[in-house]
Structure formats: C-alpha cells, structure tokens
Design a protein around this ligand. Structure first.
Ligand code: KG4
Ligand code: ZN
Length: 357
C-alpha cells in the first residue's frame, strides 16, 4: 500500500485489545493491527485489569512496530501520534498513552490524547466521510448512549443507560446460558437456531418517555427463565432464550432511537444520518433493525465494517486526524483519565465513562 500524506499512528490499550494503526489524512487505513487478549481472560469470565495491563506492556512494542512496517513508513514520516487516554482500565491506558508520548517526544511530533468514545463516535466519518451533525447510537461493553454528534468535541447526550450497558447485558446473558466469553458473538450465534417468541421476556423501556435505556430487568428475567428450566436447559432452550433476549434488546434500541429521532425533529434537526458504533454494532439483528428504522425515517444508515465495530486503533488514529486538523494538540503533561464522559455537561449517570464494567 502506498504511504499516504500526513499519516498518524494510533494506539489503543483501554481494555483487552492491544492495537496500533496508521491512518492518513485522506481516510486511508494504511495498517490496523489488533491483538485480542481473549485467551488471557477467558478462564475468569471477564477482563482482569491487572492481567490486561501486563499483556499490553508485553505486546505493544511489537504491535506498533508491525503497524508501522505494514504501513511502510518511518516515525519521521508521521504527522502525529495519537493514543487512547481514557476512559478505560487505567493500567492499560497508561501503557498506551505513555508509549505514544515517548514516540512523539523522540521524533518531535504532536501528541494527541484521544477519548476512546470519540474514536467510536467519529468512525463513520473515517469509513463513510459523512458530515456533522448525525445521530449516534453508541453500544459497547461499557456504554449505551444516544448522542447528537455536532462536531469534533461537541456531543449532546440524548439518552443513556440507567443501569447496565448493552454489551454487558449480552455478556451476562451468555454467562447465564453457559455460552462463555465474550458473550455478544456467542449469544448471536446461539440465537440463529432459536425462536424469539418461545420464551416470554420483557421489552425494556418501550413506550416510556425520554431516550434512556435499561437492561438489568431483562437480565434478571433471563436468569429467572434459566432457573425455571433447571436441568432441562438443552441446546434448543438456550437458543430460544438467546433469540428472545436479542429480539428484546433490538426492540428496545429501536424504540429509544425512534424517540431520539422524534426529539431531534422537534428541534429542527432533520434528515441527518443515523450511525451505530461500538462492539455491539457488530450484531446482525441489531444492525438490520436499525437499518429498517433509518429507512422508514428517510435517514442514511451508517454502520462500520465489523473490524471497526470492536475496539481498534484505526479509529484512534482517525480521531487524531480530526483533532490535529483543528489544532487540538495535547501536551506531555496530559493525564490519562479512567472516567471521561463525551458530554461533560450532561448529568452524571451510572455507566457514563465506564468500559466493560
Ligand atoms: O466496543 P467494544 O469492543 O469494547 C468496549 O469499549 O466496551 O465492545 C465490546 C462489547 C462486548 O460486551 C461484546 O460482548 C459486545 O461488544 N459484542 C457483541 C457482538 N460482538 C461484540 N454484542 C452483540 N452481538 C455481537 N455480535
Ligand atoms: Zn470500545
């Protein structure tokens, strides 16, 4: 691949993916390397912060070297170095941000401290080049939010979860069904052979005013159904519960997003794209349900390719491009932040700024 102009190196270490990527100023991904630590955490059924931080430390040098080699450029060719500086598991964030600062300092390049959520939020501009503003449904292991993305650094929160994040609900449901970790892809696979109407489950928040989410009641209902079935929890029953759960989540996300669209309509923000981002955006049933809603409302629907839904460093390098273009460079004294909401003006809420709780 030809080396593009103004390439930025991006680094992502906020959870259990060690990732580095190079993206140029013309939206070309010159390299994107993601090392998943899944095998390190699987036996614990979730991400162990200390193990994650040590694994980033072990692998990040090699991942960055590979990203640079695949992009075919040297450090002196870079326009800047970007790294996730929060929110996330702080041990891992410190590893990535410190290496990025060191590279920037050694090669006299600008350092860009990126909010991980801003990386997810701006991915649609990397992949599809869409203009501001747009409605964003951010669905990941630590977040479930509806935001109006008005510009780089300008986010207006329309709704958020009042308890669990949606990815967390997938992960917990998978655990209850004995489907292992990570839960999202496992639940989606099991649901393929299930009947979503076979098991009665609630449809969280549907019809309620506002745009907030709630998933803990659905999770409790899944636990009850599993307990009721007891020893007869066979493959078909597991598939039916997985399908029912996924169906309920999709219906809830669609209902809340529809309300956000109505709210924006009332405020005169009409005909703008609907974007979904974050790890849960990889879910085919949820993507299809949102595409259907966007079609009905005459909105362009943008969902990143699967490789850019989950955590990756191309989104961090791209957010770096967006910020550098606006002169938003950070100093070496930037302190990484375990919590860092996208919309600091919104009322504090449970779930804001957490990653894979
Ligand atoms: O964005 P992400 O990689 O990490 C965070 O920043 O949280 O999201 C990870 C979450 C996990 O909870 C995982 O179970 C979920 O995304 N996920 C899915 C699917 N693939 C990943 N959830 C539902 N369906 C999927 N296919
Ligand atoms: Zn993420």
């Amino acid at each position: 691949m030809p080396s593009g102009p103004n390439a930025i190196l991006g680094i992502e270490t906020s959870c259990d993916e060690t990732a580095a990527a190079v993206v140029d100023g013309e939206r070309r991904i010159l390299s994107s390397v993601v090392l998943s630590q899944l095998d390190d955490h699987r036996i614990y059924g979730g991400v162990v912060p200390e193990i994650a931080a040590r694994a980033h430390l072990d692998h990040l040098d090699a991942i960055v070297a590979r990203a640079m080699a695949e992009a075919g450029i040297g450090y002196s060719d870079l326009a800047g170095v970007a790294a996730t500086a929060g929110p996330g598991l702080i041990g891992g964030v410190l590893v990535g941000a410190t290496l990025a600062k060191a590279i920037a300092l050694a090669h006299r390049k600008p350092f860009l401290a990126i909010n991980h959520l801003e990386g997810h939020a701006l991915t649609a501009r990397l992949t599809d080049g869409i203009d501001f503003p747009y409605l964003l449904l951010l669905v990941s292991g630590g977040h479930c939010q509806l935001l109006l993305v008005e510009g780089v650094g300008h986010y207006r929160r329309l709704g958020t979860t009042i308890d669990d994040a949606v990815g967390e609900a997938f992960d917990k449901t998978a655990k209850l069904l004995g489907l292992g970790y990570p839960g999202g892809p496992a639940v989606e696979r099991a649901a393929e052979s299930g009947d979503p109407t076979a098991v009665a489950l609630p449809r969280p928040m549907i019809g309620k005013p506002g745009c907030d989410f709630s998933f803990s009641g659905l999770k409790t209902a899944v636990r009850r159904r599993v307990e009721e079935v007891g020893d007869t929890l066979d493959a078909q029953r597991i598939a039916d519960i997985a399908a029912g759960f996924q169906h309920a989540v999709a219906a809830s996300l669609v209902d809340r997003t529809r309300r956000a669209i109505d709210l924006l309509d009332q405020q005169g923000v009409v005909g703008r794209p609907l974007v979904v981002a974050g790890g849960v955006a990889a879910n085919g049933v949820i993507r299809a349900a949102l595409a259907d809603l966007a079609g009905k409302r005459g909105m362009q629907f943008v969902a990143p390719p699967l490789a850019l839904c989950g955590d990756n460093a191309a989104m961090i390098a791209w957010a770096g491009q967006e910020r550098l273009a606006l002169g938003l460079v950070d100093g070496m004294d930037f302190r990484p932040r375990p919590r860092w909401p996208l919309d600091p003006d919104a009322a504090p809420s449970i779930g804001a700024g957490r990653v894979k709780a």
